[in-house]
Design a protein around this ligand. Structure first.
Ligand SMILES: [Zn+2]
Length: 233
């Protein structure tokens, strides 16, 4: 069920650009919920891939994110996990900072909003731990809807070594129906699982479908590297 970082990266690239290759399973990802017209040729793909040099630098908050991840799984040996979250702000001297750090439960967390004068709201961070030790799980539908409805510029999730980020674009809607988005994402996720994708890959592919529909950019990286843009609407 687990998959490695390379698999996730490949899935991200394939799912984002709908590229078909010799692997039927990968083709299935590309064809999943995508229209034929969205598919790109191999040549176009390589030019897209070269453009995937856009990075998201979260180094200001990387250590704190890592600490909150560690806290999330500190009782994993007893089969207990807890999500931790925080609000991301931009300080006056243009550094990212985590504020309003909050402990949630095994399934969710609500970061507290506490922005000082002169600081700018950027978005939220939270962790995705699982009782069975699963990692590499990207956003839920409720997470994505929350990021859109709360006007987050950047929304970040850490699940083990993997860090995922949604970045708002000019085309991102102002508001969405959380239940509807959650349902869409869960349907897509189950579809990808039925196609034989690992849980992580299936959720990532479903995330990218949502990013396409709601015009969000998607970044992905592994600790301690920078995040790379793997999808841009
Ligand atoms: Zn979440």
């Amino acid at each position: 069920m687990r998959c490695c970082a390379r698999d996730l990266a490949a899935t991200a690239a394939h799912a984002a650009h709908g590229l078909a290759d010799g692997d039927a399973r990968r083709q299935a990802v590309g064809q999943g919920t995508r229209r034929r017209g969205d598919r790109v040729t191999r040549r176009e793909f390589s030019s897209v891939f070269r453009q995937v040099s856009r990075e998201l630098d979260l180094s200001d908050i990387a250590l704190e994110m890592e600490q909150l991840w560690a806290r999330s799984i500190r009782h994993l040996d007893k089969g207990q996990v807890v999500e931790w979250g925080a609000t991301i702000v931009l300080t006056k001297d243009k550094h990212l900072r985590l504020v309003g750090i909050a402990e949630g439960n095994a399934e969710s967390v609500t970061p507290e909003l506490e922005i000082d004068e002169g600081e700018e709201f950027i978005g939220t961070f939270h962790t995705h731990p699982y009782e069975d030790g699963t990692t590499g799980m990207a956003f839920s539908g409720i997470d994505i809807a929350g990021a859109i409805n709360n006007s987050e510029k950047i929304s970040v999730v850490q699940s083990g070594r993997d860090i995922f980020a949604l970045v708002r674009t000019e085309g991102t809607p102002v508001g969405v129906d959380p239940q509807r988005l959650d349902q869409e994402l869960n349907t897509a996720y189950r579809g990808y699982v039925e196609m034989g994708l690992a849980d992580q890959e299936a959720l990532l592919a479903a995330n990218l479908d949502a990013c396409e529909k709601y015009r969000l950019a998607f970044y992905w990286g592994t600790v301690p590297q920078r995040l790379l843009e793997v999808y841009k609407p």
